[in-house]
Design a protein around this ligand. Structure first.
Ligand SMILES: Cc1ncc(COP(=O)(O)O)c(C=O)c1O
Length: 397
């Protein structure tokens, strides 16, 4: 049986390029970057060079990049900073969207408990926030707008440049969680009017435990971790040198083949989408044309997503029913609920996320097995029986 890893939105394997770039920094060049002797300085140089690479691919200055432990930390730092600094001038209102990652939503919950007011823009059934609704939501006391670049469950890519333009015109800081976008689609913080942006290495074939926060020159930022003066006093703690080096190598590699990878992955994804949508009473969530190339999120009425995942795992397919962070819970995905799907349909969701390492043979394995498993689960489902007997109405036609 072949094994198919189809959960690249959860994490990706480290590429050979990234792995080889990291190796010397574990056992030979292990000096502390803050040490003055040569071994330490070699680590310092490696971080400098990684910062140049990350800045190049985001189109910013090296001084605008702060390395973090990943996407969650970058999101926390951006949002908490903008909130606390905004509050100093009486601005305690933040705008975000209902389908952000929990790294954003839970940070906003914390701020709400501290007296901040949060407006969550609705997400329309196609998987997009409305720029007009954002415009209307911005107030005199709005300190921050934080809207994700690309959604981690359905893959829709938001109109970031337009959102950034509105925020710039209204003088409001704009942060975007670009964890799913970096290394997969073009990011240009200048052209897209972005003030702050978070990325995470393990989503583009770098190692886990590294990320970066871009903060535009002139936007103040708070240090949330007290200690040494690393990262120009913006993030204390001895730098994770191998991971930072690996992240930069992975970002360069991914960005250099962005279009090629996008087209290849999209063709595989579309092949799967075309076949799986033949399953009766199934639905694609989001918008394949205006989304990431590799993400396919579908609902199959009358079944339960967790059982689907377990049976697919038995057949060698690693997929997800939503974000990895919520897969331990039986609650339906907040993203699918935000799109307006009813609970019982959102429960039967499957996220397949592909990348350039996936093959046509793997896509065929998915195409063969998903319909069989859905049919099997439906044959045992009391809800499916009721639907078939007309005792309930189908939600997905
Ligand atoms: C959109 C989004 N934001 C933030 C994160 C968190 O990133 P990390 O795992 O690097 O903390 C993830 C990870 O799943 C994500 O998909």
């Amino acid at each position: 049986m072949i094994n198919v890893y189809a959960d690249n939105a959860a994490t990706t394997k480290v590429s050979n390029t990234a792995f080889n770039a990291m190796l010397p920094y574990f056992k030979e060049l292990y000096g502390n970057p803050s040490s003055l002797y040569t071994l330490g300085q070699k680590s310092q140089e490696a971080i400098f060079s990684a910062r140049e690479t990350v800045a190049e691919y985001l189109n910013c200055d090296i001084k605008e990049i702060t390395f973090t432990s990943g996407g969650s930390e970058a999101d926390n730092q951006a949002i908490i900073s903008a909130a606390y600094l905004g509050a100093k001038s009486g601005k305690k209102h933040i705008i975000s969207s209902a389908f952000e990652h929990h790294a954003v939503l839970h940070t906003l919950e914390k701020l709400k408990k501290e007296g901040f007011e949060v407006t969550l823009l609705p997400v329309h059934s196609d998987g997009f926030v409305s720029v007009e609704e954002l415009k209307d939501a911005i107030r005199e006391d709005t300190a921050l707008v934080t809207i994700m670049f690309a959604n981690n469950e359905i893959g829709t890519v938001q109109p970031i440049a337009e959102i950034g333009k509105i925020c710039r015109e209204k003088g409001v800081i704009f942060h975007t969680d670009a964890v799913q976008a970096a290394g997969h689609i073009k990011i240009d913080v200048k052209a897209q009017n972005i003030d702050m942006l978070s990325i995470s290495s393990h989503k583009f074939h770098g190692p886990k435990g590294a990320g970066a926060l871009y903060v535009r020159k002139g936007i103040p930022i708070l240090n949330l971790i007290e200690g040494g003066a690393q990262e120009r006093g913006k993030r204390a703690g001895t730098e994770n040198v191998p991971a930072i080096v690996g992240m930069a190598a992975a970002l360069k590699e991914s960005c250099e083949s962005l279009d090629k990878n996008f087209n290849y992955v999209k063709s595989l994804r579309n092949m799967i989408a075309g076949e799986l949508s033949k399953i009766p009473h199934s639905k694609i969530n989001g918008d394949l044309e205006r989304g990431l190339a590799g993400t396919l999120n579908m609902c199959f009425e009358g079944i339960e997503g967790e059982s689907l995942l377990l049976l697919l795992d038995d057949r060698g397919i690693s997929a997800s029913s939503g974000s990895a962070c919520t897969s331990g819970s039986l609650d339906p995905s907040h993203v699918l609920l935000a799109l307006g799907l009813p609970h019982e349909v959102a429960h039967g969701s499957l996220r397949i996320s592909l990348d350039e390492y996936n093959t046509k043979e793997e896509a065929e394995h998915i195409i063969k097995n998903v319909p069989e498993v859905v049919e099997y689960l439906r044959s045992m489902s009391p809800i499916w029986k009721d639907l078939q007997e007309g005792k309930r109405n189908y939600v997905v036609q």
